[in-house]
Design a protein around this ligand. Structure first.
Ligand code: SF4
Length: 186
């Protein structure tokens, strides 16, 4: 049942952009403080290199994609696997909802950006909860012995490992809104 309570949060890489840093920081806040054990990070470059464990994680669980600019690398990387993210955001939305907190900095966000990431993560908690609940219902309604995914080549075995470079979890096995408007909700 624990497998059914996992929601993948996929920030873009966002190198050199304050909103990319905001996307990552919001994802960290979600996974480490707001919904630890449910919100699960994975690493965008792993999808780019077709890493089997990262692919399985994204394929088997609902995904929240957070991008730093209109190129939407995170969202498109999920779609390249034949799956639509449950919700996707461009991080600038968090700022437009809280214009008193302008994020600046790329290696490290300024204080306003860090506060904005905490607020955005708090506001995304309801979305994580909804997606996890929907996934739990879907798991219960599946016939016994059903695979966790209908995608070809995706089995039911689970793996668990941690990225040696970035330390993010790229694990496990289990598809696809909040106070903040998601792209599909507009
Ligand atoms: S969405 Fe924009 S900021 Fe994020 S990785 Fe792609 S190009 Fe970089």
């Amino acid at each position: 049942m624990d497998k059914a309570k996992k929601v993948v949060v996929l920030p873009c890489s966002g190198i050199g952009k304050a909103y990319g840093a905001l996307a990552r920081e919001t994802a960290y806040e979600l996974a480490e403080r707001v919904r630890p054990g449910v919100a699960t990070l994975t690493c965008l470059p792993l999808l780019v290199i077709n890493d089997p464990a990262a692919r399985k994680l994204v394929t088997d669980h609902p995904v929240i994609a957070i991008d730093g600019c209109p190129k939407e690398c995170a969202r498109k990387s999920v779609e390249a696997l034949g799956k639509k993210p449950a919700v996707s955001y461009q991080a600038i939305r968090f700022y437009t909802a809280h214009k008193d907190l302008k994020p600046e900095g790329v290696a490290q966000l300024n204080e306003a950006g860090q506060k904005l990431a905490r607020i955005a993560a708090d506001e995304l908690a309801a979305t994580v909860d909804r997606l996890a609940a929907e996934e739990a219902v879907a798991q219960v309604s599946k016939p016994a012995g059903s695979p966790t995914s209908s995608r070809p080549g995706v089995g039911a075995t689970s793996t668990s490992e941690v990225c040696g470079d970035c330390g993010l979890e790229i694990s496990d096995t289990a598809d696809s809104k909040s106070a903040l408007p998601a792209k599909e909700e507009l």
